[in-house]
Design a binder for this molecule. Structure first.
Ligand SMILES: *[C@@H]1O[C@H](CO)[C@@H](O)[C@H](O)[C@H]1NC(C)=O
Ligand SMILES: *[C@@H]1O[C@H](CO)[C@@H](O)[C@H](O)[C@H]1NC(C)=O
Ligand SMILES: *[C@@H]1O[C@H](CO)[C@@H](O)[C@H](O)[C@H]1NC(C)=O
Ligand SMILES: *[C@@H]1O[C@H](CO)[C@@H](O)[C@H](O)[C@H]1NC(C)=O
Ligand SMILES: *[C@@H]1O[C@H](CO)[C@@H](O)[C@H](O)[C@H]1NC(C)=O
Ligand SMILES: *[C@@H]1O[C@H](CO)[C@@H](O)[C@H](O)[C@H]1NC(C)=O
Ligand SMILES: *[C@@H]1O[C@H](CO)[C@@H](O)[C@H](O)[C@H]1NC(C)=O
Ligand SMILES: *[C@@H]1O[C@H](CO)[C@@H](O)[C@H](O)[C@H]1NC(C)=O
Ligand SMILES: *[C@@H]1O[C@H](CO)[C@@H](O)[C@H](O)[C@H]1NC(C)=O
Length: 460
């Protein structure tokens, strides 16, 4: 048994080295990786076990899809201090389901939806704002008077997925360090597993980083300790479960005390409060969810796609076009009235034993997260600013601490924000010396774990 596992590890290691070479040089759309053309000469090369790892596509990954909401009217939840308006509106939710290339559209309309929420009158906070401006908001005094929707923030893609030498990791430093270093949006896949919400990469059998509640408790503690910071959480509801599943982790972690409830649904670009207003109000955690949000039932879980759009999902091509991918079918005018997030994480879309996995192309991270050059975050952000006439709101990256220098992603954000980067990156008290990019070893470890899983399964 031991010998069997070892053989697999050798094969996999060979596959890995080949994959990483291909990913930088090949333009072909499909690459088989463990073939006899490998120049590596090892005792394993004589076996005939077939392809273990292959790149599925280098041209594009299908975006997730689901139900997208559209509002026929704008809903004002409350206006002014204590002025409780209850409004009713018509909400249309339409979903396109694509099966074998055929798209089916289904539409549901509900009328008389009652909305609740809280809104602190902006004139009452405006007077109180002045003294707070001596404290930087999200690290910069310039941001205090700016609207939330007019600031560029760095997003740690799959923030919880920090596991040393594991290929399914997306970040090197844990969430507390991410926040200390200046990350202000945390994104993650959330899966319904064992009747709770867990943070897992692709599947909870591959990489399981524990419960959402535990993770949000750490985030909430940081928010408590940092009273002048506004943090955004982007939940990817991977299993499309009802948002009711998320209320318990938000309550039990204590995040509920800080969650922002918008005064209008949906919030357009101009509707957002300033950071000062949010800070003085103590509502400093903005929670978005990609699919299944229901702001009637859970006003603090904001529907992402009525208030934000995204560039193409998990790109595998470093050209990074600044086009709207989700929500599908919105007009340019609609896009201009919402915030937007640029997905600047370069991926390898790989198949292993039939499993389709997107993993960060960490070998190229120094280029991807750089300030300038082809494929860089800086170039994409600049292209987007030119195309849409305002900077992106969220810069989504893997391994935020790496780039052409440590902190280059924050340099890009600072340029977008027209402020001077404070240079405080990365790793804080954690050792910043160790390098994440030992590609072969990370592959080895990841698939090592999977093989143990397979063997266990077979043994049952
Ligand atoms: C990447 O995108 C660019 C621009 O669309 C295209 O010219 C190029 O062929 C693409 N590369 C691959 C490998 O598909
Ligand atoms: C506003 O709310 C506060 C606290 O709930 C209450 O004391 C006050 O009377 C209210 N003001 C008005 C004008 O309703
Ligand atoms: C989709 O295609 C697969 C394979 O060609 C087939 O097995 C399946 O029945 C198709 N599904 C539908 C809904 O047509
Ligand atoms: C966004 O902030 C910048 C910098 O303070 C400011 O010049 C600009 O007018 C703001 N844009 C909007 C729409 O408020
Ligand atoms: C969570 O989602 C699952 C799957 O959709 C559902 O069966 C369950 O009732 C939900 N739990 C709550 C508390 O909403
Ligand atoms: C949203 O929640 C409200 C109140 O709980 C409920 O009446 C409505 O059916 C929900 N909408 C959807 C689309 O689930
Ligand atoms: C569904 O597909 C139609 C036709 O392609 C498109 O016009 C519409 O915007 C799509 N709607 C959604 C919600 O994706
Ligand atoms: C990125 O790293 C590779 C390999 O270490 C190196 O050859 C390349 O010059 C680096 N590129 C940048 C932009 O730093
Ligand atoms: C950037 O900031 C400087 C002052 O620091 C100001 O003079 C300039 O107008 C700002 N540019 C933009 C585009 O807001």
């Amino acid at each position: 048994m031991v010998a069997f596992e070892y053989l697999w590890l050798l094969l996999l290691l060979r596959g890995v080295l080949h994959v990483s070479a291909k990913s930088t040089t090949s333009d072909s759309s499909s690459t088989s990786t463990t073939d006899s053309s490998s120049s590596t000469d090892s005792s394993a090369s004589s076996t005939d076990t077939g392809a273990a790892i292959s790149i599925i596509t280098t041209t594009g990954v299908a975006a997730p899809t689901g139900t997208y909401i559209s509002y026929s009217t704008t809903i004002t939840v409350r206006t002014g201090n204590n002025n409780t308006h209850t409004t009713f509106s018509t909400i249309t939710a339409s979903a396109n389901t694509t099966t074998n290339g055929t798209t089916t559209t289904s539409t549901t309309t509900s009328t008389g939806v009652e909305l609740t929420g809280t809104r602190v009158d902006s004139t009452s906070t405006a007077t109180a704002t002045t003294p707070a401006n001596t404290q930087p908001c999200n690290g910069y005094t310039e941001f205090c008077s700016r609207q939330y929707s007019n600031i560029t923030m760095v997003t740690a893609h799959n923030s919880p997925f920090v596991k040393k030498n594991n290929i399914a990791s997306n970040q090197e430093y844990k969430v507390k360090t991410q926040l200390e270093d200046g990350v202000r949006m945390l994104s993650f896949e959330a899966h319904y597993y064992e009747e709770d919400i867990y943070l897992c990469h692709t599947s909870c059998d591959l990489l399981n980083m524990g419960t959402l509640e535990d993770y949000l408790t750490i985030v909430t503690d940081w928010i408590k300790d940092n009273p002048y910071d506004v943090v955004t959480i982007m939940i990817v509801n991977s299993d499309y479960v009802t948002p009711a599943n998320f209320s318990s982790p938000i309550q039990k972690s204590g995040l509920i005390d800080y969650v922002y409830e918008p005064w209008k649904i949906p919030m357009s670009l101009d509707d957002w409060p300033t950071l000062s207003e949010m800070i003085l109000d103590g509502k400093r955690a903005v929670v978005f969810m990609d699919y299944q949000a229901n702001q009637t039932a859970f006003p603090y879980i904001l529907d992402e796609f009525t208030q934000m759009w995204e560039t193409p999902f998990s790109p595998v091509n470093a050209s990074f076009p600044c086009t709207v991918q989700r929500p599908p079918g919105i007009t340019a005018a609609e896009a201009e009235d919402r915030m937007y997030m640029i997905n600047h994480n370069l991926n390898l879309d790989v198949s292993f034993e039939g499993l389709d996995i997107l993993i960060p192309d960490s070998a190229q991270i120094n280029v991807t997260n750089a300030v300038s050059g082809y494929g860089s975050l800086g170039l994409m952000a600049n292209n987007c600013r030119s195309k849409w006439d305002r900077p992106p709101n969220f810069l989504l990256v893997d391994y935020y601490n790496d780039g052409n220098f440590q902190g280059s992603v924050f340099e890009v954000a600072a340029e977008m924000n027209n402020v001077t980067y404070n240079g405080k990156c990365c790793g804080g008290s954690q050792s910043a010396g160790s390098k994440i990019i030992d590609v072969s070893y990370t592959w080895l470890s990841f698939f090592g774990v999977m093989i143990v899983g397979c063997v266990t399964f077979v043994g049952l």
